[in-house]
Design a protein. Structure first.
Length: 454
């Protein structure tokens, strides 16, 4: 009898498709909590917040908040890409592309593929342990440099189109979050950019997984980068009643996922990047394996521009669990999308309850957006980093500002206010985007006993 998709279950289908296993060997971060993974993580588990006033901060971004109802955001402070790239080259790079290259560099250093003392050279950066032809990058962004259009229009209106920078197009193209790291970190295998609203970073990681699984590369940088704290994004999200615009005087308390007082999300900026490798390649060069990416799923609600549909999120979770070949009861920690909005938070918890049922009582759930703000297309990238750190450190990061849970969260361990110690062997990261896009990633503690099935 011939075997078809109709005659086998989803678990068997995924098992048939698998070839190369994919592991994580490095991580990089630029966030409102720090300019690297270590500082970001330590501030996160200490319960610190990176959300602050825009108008009164010493921030190097470009927002005039005087005519805006929104004056809070998760801001990356003290960032200086000129430490690694000549300042004249930065004129060609939007802030989001600068974030992605710095976070990518950190991931490669931890992976042992790049020497921290080595200077990056455009088109000729020396790598250790991988050939450029087998090294690629897929990074996500929701907006990229699109906000630059408004600033370019200001120049045309005030000074004429002849005064527009010849590098203007290079600033606004979203694919620059991937092509800039490609040129400066010598990625010559598949390089691409993923735009899927707030699921962009997670979907980029899933795309990179597929490249490695098929054996089309040995190493991939994957994740997301975003720098959208701009008058265009702030006003647009605010006027669709998605942002918290009532907490300007209490920025650190503004993001309160799963709490009854949740009044909208807080914009954030930054990048989270993973170095992914095929298991064979990582073992062959003696790499330190941080975790294994064992499952993912991307689904669409086909329902509404902004209102999520529980069924779509459920399907994404069930599909990812099937691909990972794990039972729902085996999940220890969920890094939830948790935006601090009355539309997302109840819907997401209902989806968790439907899939995990009674086993949800033993699962820790938290939203790190309470500390970083919502990094939009970079959210899936940095939250993947947090999920892996939870596995490595045995610490679950907190949901800040959670004092009175919504009814859907009653009885659940939403890790309120303070981090919790617990063993985490399997972590799931949930990313949901406008347009009904759902993306789920599942990471597992790597064990040498798994190697026998390579």
């Amino acid at each position: 009898m011939s075997v078809t998709v109709e005659t086998i279950g989803s678990e068997d289908l995924y098992r048939m498709r698998k070839s190369h296993r994919v592991v994580v060997t490095g991580m990089g971060a630029v966030t409102p909590l720090g300019l690297n993974v270590e500082d970001t993580w330590q501030n996160l588990i200490a319960g610190k917040s990176g959300i602050q006033r825009i108008s009164t901060s010493d921030w190097e971004g470009k927002v005039d908040a005087k005519n805006s109802e929104v004056d809070i955001a998760g801001l990356v402070m003290g960032f200086d890409a000129s430490k690694y790239i000549p300042r004249k080259e930065l004129n060609r790079m939007h802030r989001s592309a600068q974030f992605s290259i710095v976070a990518g560099r950190e991931a490669l250093i931890q992976a042992g593929l790049f020497d921290a003392s080595t200077k990056m050279e455009k088109g000729a950066t020396p790598l250790t342990g991988v050939s450029p032809e087998a090294f690629g990058a897929i990074l996500g962004t929701g907006i990229g440099g699109g906000s630059e259009i408004a600033d370019i229009e200001d120049v045309i209106r005030d000074r004429g189109d002849s005064r527009v920078s010849p590098f203007a197009m290079l600033l606004l193209l979203p694919e620059r979050v991937s092509t800039v790291p490609s040129m400066w970190l010598s990625c010559q295998a598949e390089v691409g950019e993923k735009t899927a609203a707030c699921a962009s970073g997670a979907q980029a990681i899933a795309d990179a997984y597929r490249v490695l699984e098929r054996g089309e590369a040995d190493v991939m940088l994957a994740g997301g980068s975003e720098a959208a704290v701009h008058r265009v994004a702030l006003s647009s999200f605010n006027n669709m009643h998605a942002l918290n615009n009532i907490s300007n005087d209490n920025p650190k308390g503004a993001s309160s996922p799963f709490d009854q007082k949740a009044a909208g999300f807080v914009m954030g900026e930054g990048a989270g990047v993973l170095c992914l490798e095929t298991l064979e390649h990582a073992l062959g060069r003696g790499a330190n394996i941080l975790a294994e990416l064992v499952g993912y799923s991307n689904t669409a609600d086909a329902h509404h521009d902004t209102a999520p549909l529980q069924a779509g999120a459920e399907r994404a979770i069930r599909n990812a669990l099937a691909m990972a070949e794990i039972d729902p009861s085996q999940v220890d920690y969920i890094n939830a999308h948790g935006t601090s909005t009355p539309t997302n938070d109840p819907n997401e918890l209902k989806a968790f309850r439907a899939v995990f049922e009674d086993s949800l009582d033993d699962i820790s759930i938290s939203s790190t957006k309470s500390a970083t703000g919502h990094l939009l297309g970079a959210g899936g990238g940095i939250e993947a980093v947090f999920s892996i750190q939870a596995i490595l450190e045995g610490i679950v990061p907190p949901t800040l500002n959670l004092q009175n849970p919504i009814k859907e969260g009653e009885g659940l361990n939403l890790v309120p206010l303070a981090a919790q110690k617990r063993e985490v062997n399997i972590a799931m990261s949930d990313s949901l985007g406008f347009g009904g896009l759902n993306s789920v990633l599942i990471f597992r503690r790597f064990q040498k006993s798994y190697q026998e099935v390579v």
